[in-house]
Design a protein around this ligand. Structure first.
Ligand code: HAM
Length: 558
């Protein structure tokens, strides 16, 4: 049997690397607390419409990268039967009645079918097709949500039974088989192989179906929660942070996974609470600079831009479209498509030959209105005052539709192609887009996987250093296992990290195992237990020391 593996684009995070993940999260939580943020945890899956409306139907994320499924879908069999009978045979009541009568006459056969377990899974009707009168070629009709091998074999089995049942009047007759399925239940594999008539039947025969999606990002979920929990009614700014997995069906490569982790934060509230103020943008960026510094990440650059208001962007789109007309023929196929569908995305192009052309295109700064320009100037002035370095990047338009005004990314050279450590920006109209009150906001999300990669590269090692216990307790014999557990409990309660051996180890093996996992070994034999004096060996020095049990915790802490 082949072994099962983690799904492409997902991976296991294991110790000792998980210690680094925990350190990053603890540092982020501590910094968020100092900036007065509280934690929010939204569900990992949401209504698909949230992302379609929030992130934007035309974006790569929504159009190609989401994990979406129909949830809670139930096939309403009865509705289909009633609909089928009334739509197909309404003009021929004899048909329906004769069909029902047949079912009754067939009841011994149905009992038999029941006995082989068919009845429970398949709805049976026996009908007489078209103009035929009772007695001629009857038909088994089976109603299913989709064509399946199981439905077809049940029908075939039913025909066999009908023919062979001595009590049945169908014994010598040709029995026809029909499977009625909703129009969208396409699966041609089964049709070709069997003499079952498939009838595609139009209508919605499913109940309580809801399209759900694993979250590809968390901003839409936070704003949904803000609206649903009426967080704006307090009249204050909401400062919320989150840490958790996100899911995008992208092509996996270094720094890009299908399940990845984000540490993000959002500042959102009614305009009266100051949510639109440029100082919010500057505060978030200054906090990020502090956080990256505290994480020990060096060599980042902050790329900053403004994408203006929706009207500014529409103006810029027109300008870009016009500027692309004479040059787009010389660009890559993707750009040729983008020039028509979404000219802004041309700015994301990485094809080297296209770069000189892109450099000649108009920049969004020239399409901004006075308000947006003023806002951006205030953000940069505050950053200058706080000595947060940044570069203006006219091409930074970001791949999500909700952005307005300030957009930013922190880039790290050591990451390769996926070089964005984090991204974010302002989304002043998102709440209204989701049916909520006016609630301007700004936020960001850091790729935690990329923070880990960067830190590991900086540490110049492939993995985080292994965790080493303070002591390894080695009981000398099975009879001392329980005493070792008690000693371990004492030391662990004193805050020490303890590894517990067991009495099956001979002393030498115990030493070898302990040397790999702990700084010291504590020998626990009968003598030690009776005398209360333990033998401790420190591996680094090779020195063996006798320590009274009452002083052991203090000694091991050194
Ligand atoms: P984003 O730019 O799509 O923005 O993602 C933010 C960060 O998540 C990226 O800079 C990157 O570090 C990380 N990331 C994205 N996709 C992957 C992936 N497949 N594998 C590993 N890391 C990845 C957002 O998600 C917005 N919600 C940010 C935001 C918050 N804007 C306002 N508030």
């Amino acid at each position: 049997m082949s072994t099962l593996k983690a799904v492409r684009g997902t991976r296991d995070l294991l110790p000792p690397e998980t210690a680094l993940w925990n350190r990053i999260e603890a540092t982020a939580r501590a910094v968020f607390a100092r900036y007065n943020f509280g934690e929010i945890r939204t569900p990992v899956f949401e209504d698909t419409a949230l992302f379609a409306r929030g992130v934007g139907e035309e974006t790569d994320i929504v159009s190609k990268e989401m994990y979406t499924w129909e949830d809670g879908e139930r096939f309403n069999e009865l509705r289909m039967i009633v609909d089928w009978e009334s739509r197909n045979r309404a003009d021929d009541p004899t048909y329906v009645q004769a069909g029902r009568a047949h079912v009754e006459r067939l009841s011994p056969l149905l009992t038999l079918l029941n006995a082989i377990g068919v009845q429970r899974e398949v709805t049976w009707g026996v009908a007489l097709s078209g103009q035929q009168l009772p007695g001629s070629a009857p038909e088994f009709v089976c109603f299913r949500p989709r064509i399946s091998g199981e439905a077809i074999s049940a029908l075939l089995k039913a025909r066999e039974l009908a023919k062979s049942d001595p009590a049945s009047h169908l014994r010598q007759t040709h029995v026809r088989l029909r499977l009625v399925v909703p129009t969208n239940a396409a699966d041609n594999r089964w049709i070709e192989r069997h003499d079952v008539t498939i009838e595609w039947f139009e209508g919605n025969f499913f109940d309580s179906a809801q399209s759900l999606t694993l979250r590809p990002e968390n901003t839409a979920g936070v704003v949904r929660a803000y609206i649903e929990n009426k967080l704006g009614e307090a009249g204050q700014l909401q400062k919320l942070y989150y840490i958790g997995p996100q899911f995008r069906r992208e092509r996996p490569q270094k720094g890009r996974y299908r399940q990845f982790y984000q540490i993000g934060a959002e500042v959102i509230g009614p305009p009266s609470a100051g949510s639109e103020s440029p100082v919010r943008d500057a505060e978030v960026l200054e906090m990020l600079a502090t956080l990256l510094d505290e994480l020990g990440i060096t060599g980042w650059t902050l790329h900053l831009n403004s994408v203006g208001s929706a009207a500014d962007r529409a103006r810029y789109n027109d300008a870009l479209r016009a500027a692309l007309v004479p040059v787009v023929g010389k660009m890559c196929v993707d750009c040729q498509r983008r020039a028509v569908t979404n000219p802004l995305r041309v700015l994301d192009c990485k094809v080297p030959e296209d770069q000189p052309i892109i450099d000649t295109l108009p920049v969004i700064a020239d399409s901004l209105d006075e308000e947006s320009k003023k806002h951006f100037a205030a953000v940069t002035a505050a950053l200058d005052a706080a000595s947060v370095p940044y570069t203006r990047n006219h091409r930074l338009v970001r791949g999500l539709d909700y952005y307005t005004r300030t957009t930013f990314e922190f880039i790290h050279g050591g990451l390769g192609a996926q070089n964005a450590l984090l991204g974010g920006g302002r989304y002043d109209g998102l709440s209204e887009m989701l049916g909520g009150p006016r609630a301007p906001g700004i936020g960001f999300a850091m790729g935690e996987d990329r923070l880990v990669l960067t830190l590991l590269a900086q540490l110049d090692q492939k993995a985080a250093p292994p965790q080493v216990a303070d002591a390894f307790i080695a009981p000398l014999g099975e009879g001392l296992n329980a005493a070792a557990l008690v000693l371990g409990r004492e030391l662990r309660q004193a805050g020490l990290r303890i590894e517990l051996g067991d009495g099956s180890f001979r002393l030498k093996k115990s030493f070898e195992a302990a040397d790999k996992t702990a700084r010291r070994i504590v020998i626990l034999g009968e003598d030690e237990l009776q005398s209360g004096i333990l033998t401790v060996k420190t591996f680094a020095t090779g020195i063996q020391t006798k320590v009274p049990r009452t002083e052991l915790a203090v000694f091991l802490n050194q």
